[in-house]
Design a protein around this ligand. Structure first.
Ligand code: ASP
Ligand code: MG
Length: 241
């Protein structure tokens, strides 16, 4: 029995049909005897839509309010996904970043995780429930909601995996692994079966959009083994580690 952190990106939960497929995958993993913690991104283009709404109102949105606004995208996903998993007969509980004990500094829009107290997540998993955590957000020492920067849900997943000593952190996305070039643009791109943290960092910093570079740095530091795989197939992905 392994403890697996699964992270689903926005394209994997773009609509309620996609969310049902994700819920089935979570339930299958749970029913195979594993303990599952899920980190989820905002549905589809929700984050961009929220940014557009703010921009339609002001050129200078207050940073604190901007972060509360953007954190809402992931909260919608976590609640709906928990409902979808419950519907399949497995108990699931949704937690915001704050409820999951993700403590950050006060740098709105690009907060760094400074501590983790994921007691409620650990307790849910111990009780046989699936814990579903909103990615990309935390809470500052002043109790303000913060966000971790675009693409930050990967970092949430790795931080939880590190703290909970998960056996594996699987990042589900719309490509089935890490390629030497963006396979969405280059059909002849070559997929890696395994890639080191250092090589992955070079790719991430070079603009490969598959993983956030901060998440790779954290995984390297905390020795979290990552697997990047497709939410739409069962093909083996790329191991990073
Ligand atoms: N929803 C946020 C974004 O679009 C965070 C994430 O997806 O990881 O940047
Ligand atoms: Mg997103």
């Amino acid at each position: 029995m392994a403890l697996i952190v699964q992270k689903y990106g926005g394209s994997s939960v773009a609509d309620t049909e996609a969310m049902k497929r994700v819920a089935q995958r979570i339930v299958d993993t749970h029913n195979a005897g594993h303990r599952v913690v899920v980190v989820v991104s905002a549905m589809g283009d929700t984050t961009d839509d929220l940014l557009d709404s703010a921009a339609a109102l002001t050129d200078n949105p207050p940073e604190r309010e901007m972060d509360i606004l953007l954190s809402a995208g992931e909260r919608i996903s976590m609640a709906l996904l928990a409902m979808a998993v419950n519907e399949l007969g497995v108990e699931a509980r949704a937690y915001t970043g704050a409820q999951a004990g993700i403590k950050t500094d006060s740098h709105f829009g690009a907060a760094q995780i400074v501590g983790m107290v994921p007691e409620r997540v650990a307790r849910a998993v111990k009780d046989g429930q699936v814990a579903i955590v909103a990615g990309f957000q935390g809470i500052s020492k002043d109790d303000d909601v913060t966000t971790l920067g675009r693409g930050g849900s990967d970092t949430t997943a790795v931080a939880l995996a590190a703290f909970l000593h998960a056996d594996l952190c699987r990042i589900y996305t719309d490509v089935d692994g890490v390629y030497d070039r963006d396979p969405r643009l280059h059909p002849d791109a070559v997929k890696y079966g395994r890639i080191s943290y250092d090589d992955m960092l070079l790719l991430a910093r070079g603009g490969a959009r598959v993983l956030h570079d901060r998440c790779v740095e954290l995984a390297r530091r905390e020795h979290v083994v990552l697997e990047v795989c497709s939410a739409f197939s069962d093909a083996p992905g790329t191991i990073v580690g």
